[in-house]
Design a protein around this ligand. Structure first.
Ligand SMILES: [Fe+2]
Ligand SMILES: [Fe+2]
Length: 376
């Protein structure tokens, strides 16, 4: 609500008050008068006053005292002092202390007095406006902070939802890959579940070696898919119970390359492709490895893990010509070929797993959830 402009004059001389009232009669403002400080303070409590003009020399309460009390109670009221030349030093003090807006000397010039009062109202209006704007700004700041908090919450929530969706998609695609791996294993009755177990063993090795989630997942997927190229090898060769002749062996040796070729066009398997291609390289780089006789660190690490896992799985599974071999035999084989066929660090990790998990490590019907395993 806009209050009417009201000025309060305080002076112990009635004539001065009368003169001021006369002077402002034609102005659009209320004029209040008091002859003592106490009386003036009471008027201020009952009226909405924007401008106060006080004489300095008054009985009981001086102008400086009165104005400083006004300042304490209502700092927004614009305060001015009316003073004779003889009281200039006091008045100047009052101004310097920031107590008053303007000093008016007696006798005053009528036009100047009117102009000064109008300026005082402008000043009061300006101060009120600044105060109002400050409050609006503060309020808006609070609102903004509130909105920010809400937004942060929403972003967190959305991120969580996205994470869950992402996980769902990953799960779906791992299931698809598993189905593919199973189809490959089904070409030979003796290799049922081979790919899944190689994936599990290899990812256990990766975790044992301290690798992080993303890498372990890649090792698992590469393990699942390592023999996918056997799709392109004739069933008769794959399921042949006897020793392979050199030609058949050469055909079998194609499977890493065929597998890589099958996976290459699949975008999200790009990193898995080299792991599949090189899972039969020998660590020493000898030509017993294939397809490229890569050596040591040039063989992708997941491939080196898969080769160890592949050997463990193959040795401990039944074959047409023998039952699955005991852990001791596997242990001996890994140790014997550590450094030539196998990366010793992968062998060491595998042996630590044997020592810790014993026979249960090669249990055939392990339920395996890669994500539970990674988190756990
Ligand atoms: Fe293989
Ligand atoms: Fe294999």
């Amino acid at each position: 609500m806009q209050h009417p402009q009201t000025v309060l004059f305080v002076d112990d001389e009635v004539n001065i008050l009368k003169a001021l009232q006369r002077l402002l009669r034609s102005e659009r403002m209320n004029v209040l008068c008091a002859s003592r400080g106490e009386e003036a303070l009471e008027l201020l409590q009952k009226n909405h006053v924007q401008v106060v003009v006080s004489d300095q020399r008054m009985p009981q309460m001086s102008g400086v005292d009165f104005l400083s009390r006004v300042r304490e109670r209502s700092p927004d009221i614009v305060r001015m002092m009316l003073t004779g030349y003889t009281e200039m030093d006091i008045a100047v003090d009052a101004i310097n202390q920031g107590e008053i807006y303007r000093l008016i000397t007696k006798p005053w010039n009528d036009d100047e007095m009117r102009a000064t009062i109008r300026q005082a109202f402008d000043h009061a209006g300006l101060k009120a406006e600044i105060k109002r704007l400050n409050m609006v700004t503060r309020e808006q700041n609070f609102k903004l902070q509130d909105m920010n908090r809400n937004l942060e919450g929403k972003v967190r929530e959305r991120t969580k939802q996205l994470g869950a969706k992402h996980q769902e998609l990953r799960n779906g695609y791992v299931q698809t890959i598993r189905a593919l791996a199973n189809a490959v294993d089904a070409k030979d009755a003796y290799t049922r579940g081979h790919s899944e177990r190689v994936g599990v063993y290899a990812s256990k090795v990766a975790r044992e070696m301290g690798y992080k989630r993303e890498f372990i997942e890649r090792v698992y997927i590469a393990g699942l898919l390592h023999d996918v190229g056997k799709i392109g090898v004739p069933d008769a060769v794959i399921a042949k119970p006897d020793r392979l002749d050199p030609e058949e062996y050469a055909e079998i040796q194609q499977h890493p390359e065929i597998g890589a070729k099958i996976l290459e066009p699949v975008d999200f398997l790009r990193e898995v492709v080299p792991c599949v291609r090189h899972h039969h390289e020998w660590f020493d780089g000898s030509d017993r490895g294939y397809p490229l006789c890569l050596e040591g660190e040039r063989i992708p690490l997941p491939s080196r893990m898969i080769l160890v896992a592949d050997t463990v799985e193959a040795m401990t599974s039944d074959r047409p010509y023998r039952d699955g071999l005991p852990m001791d035999a596997v242990y001996a084989e890994l140790t014997k070929y550590s450094g030539s066929q196998f990366d010793p660090t992968c062998v060491d990790a595998m042996i630590r797993l044997f020592d810790r998990e014993g026979e249960s490590f090669i249990k055939k019907d392990q339920q395996f959830d890669i994500y539970e395993f990674i988190e756990g």
